[in-house]
Design a protein around this ligand. Structure first.
Ligand SMILES: [Zn+2]
Length: 474
């Protein structure tokens, strides 16, 4: 969880003039290439050609919105979009690039999305990131990106870390991975959540050398509205689809306990203005009522976490139409490596989990599904289990709708900065073709999501098939 140890990492959030940039970029490319070639397994070999056509015959559709499956249907994907959905047979010319899949009455559903992910920070710990070459940690992130896609997560909203180069390599087809909506570096204050310096690094000289975590683009420290503006604009220049600030303390922060409020309202507003000038929005890491309310007063559109919110802040979130991107934190698994003080904070956050979902339901808050898994490949393998955990508060259908079409609405908030214009999280004509063929009905048995290797027979992203356990008639 962002909370647990946060944001950090490597490469791309560097200035263009930095003499090191060239070598870092090269490393990232080498890294990505290596991953692409080495993992040319299942995924790469199954990928269909660009611009190909796929016809799914005899599938029952969970469209990302309705709580029941469709009647047996046929779905034609041409290029990267869903072109036709029909209960009647769809005629295709059987050219070499047309693939026909007999769904056998199985479920076709949208690819899953994770609204709070850290693509660069799953397999690498903060210590590894601060102490390793960026090429190594980029390779780790590339391998994890492929694993993420193979779990059926076709899109992630990256809430901090230098994921720009990874996103680029995935988009270029260098390696398989999900669509990434990058925030770039998390922006924090001196001593705030995401500041990984030591006290011996103080005092900071304004305009002086950047700390290691800032050089890596994991987080940036800003202590005035002017500094905030610079840091926000730097992320936008690199392709951030939204901006992430930490409005309060976090679980793993060395120097900012949960009760701490960090930015002033003027600083938050400076970020909001800079983001809105680019047509996009700011999300804040905020657990407490004060940090939530201050964020909303400044124009923040999405609250990340919110586990310690009270009734008044929940009502405010609802009244202002603000999104809540929260996570089903239920145990200490993600805090296993932390000290006792941090674990105590984690317990406090977990104690708010039931309440946050109850308040969200009470006030009909727009809730996104995300996991905020950090620093553990083993936990990442349980990404889908987090969605199943949502059934503690929601029906399976409600949980699946949240992880598909609802998250898709949140992603669209990036407006003109949306790197993947088009509808995500739905199975409908004209939508982007991110699809899973599931061996069973997840609306009735959501446990299927826990074992993607077995139950997701086909994984398609952007019209390309990255996994196919069915024989195809071609
Ligand atoms: Zn996070």
């Amino acid at each position: 969880m962002n909370s647990r140890i946060p944001l950090s990492a490597l490469s791309s959030a560097r200035t263009i003039r930095s003499p090191k940039r060239a070598s870092w970029s090269s490393l990232a490319v080498v890294a990505a290439l290596s991953i692409g070639f080495c993992q040319a397994s299942l995924a790469q070999q199954a990928a269909s050609a660009d611009g190909g056509t796929t016809l799914f015959q005899n599938v029952r559709i969970f469209d990302g919105k309705n709580t029941t499956l469709s009647a047996p249907s046929n779905v034609l994907v041409r290029g990267n979009k869903i072109e036709t959905i029909s209960a009647q047979p769809i005629a295709v010319d059987r050219r070499a690039d047309t693939r026909i899949i007999d769904g056998g009455g199985r479920t076709l559903m949208p690819g899953l999305t994770d609204a709070h992910w850290h693509a660069m920070l799953i397999r690498a710990t903060p210590a590894m990131m601060l102490g390793s070459d960026a090429g190594y940690t980029t390779l780790l992130a590339g391998a994890e990106a492929t694993a993420t896609l193979m779990r059926g997560f076709t899109t992630v909203r990256d809430m901090g870390g230098p994921s720009f180069s990874l996103k680029r390599a995935i988009d270029e087809g260098v390696l398989p991975g999900p669509r990434i909506y990058p925030s770039g570096a998390v922006i924090t204050i001196t001593g705030g959540h995401g500041d990984f310096r030591q006290v011996t690094d103080l005092p900071r000289t304004i305009g002086g050398m950047l700390s290691r975590i800032e050089q890596l683009g994991g987080s940036m420290i800003a202590d005035s509205p002017d500094e905030v503006r610079v840091r926000v604009r730097e992320q936008l220049m690199q392709g951030a689809s939204q901006i992430k600030l930490t409005a309060g303390g976090g679980v793993a922060s060395p120097f900012s306990p949960l009760d701490v409020s960090t930015f002033t309202e003027a600083e938050l507003r400076a970020a909001v203005e800079a983001a809105e000038n680019w047509g996009t929005y700011v999300s804040t890491h905020a657990y407490t009522p004060v940090s939530i309310q201050r964020s909303i007063a400044a124009g923040v559109k999405v609250i990340e976490h919110g586990h310690l919110m009270d009734d008044a802040s929940a009502r405010l979130i609802a009244e202002k139409g603000v999104w809540l991107s929260t996570q089903p934190f239920l145990d200490l698994a993600g805090a296993a490596a932390l000290g006792s003080e941090q674990q105590a904070r984690m317990r406090q956050v977990i104690s708010g989990t039931d309440r946050v979902y109850a308040l969200a339901k009470k006030y009909k808050i727009k809730v996104a599904f995300g996991t905020d898994i950090l620093f553990s490949q083993a936990l990442a393998e349980r990404q889908g289990n987090n969605l199943v955990d949502m059934t503690r508060w929601y029906t399976p259908a409600e949980a699946l709708i949240m992880a598909t079409s609802t998250n898709g609405e949140l992603l669209a908030l990036s407006g003109p900065r949306n790197p993947y214009p088009g509808k995500l999280g739905v199975v409908e004509e004209g939508a982007l073709a991110d699809l899973l063929l599931v061996d069973g009905n997840p609306l009735q048995n959501i446990e299927l999501i826990k074992d993607p290797a077995k139950n997701f027979l086909i994984i398609m992203k952007d019209g390309k098939i990255y996994k196919n356990l069915l024989a195809t008639d071609k």
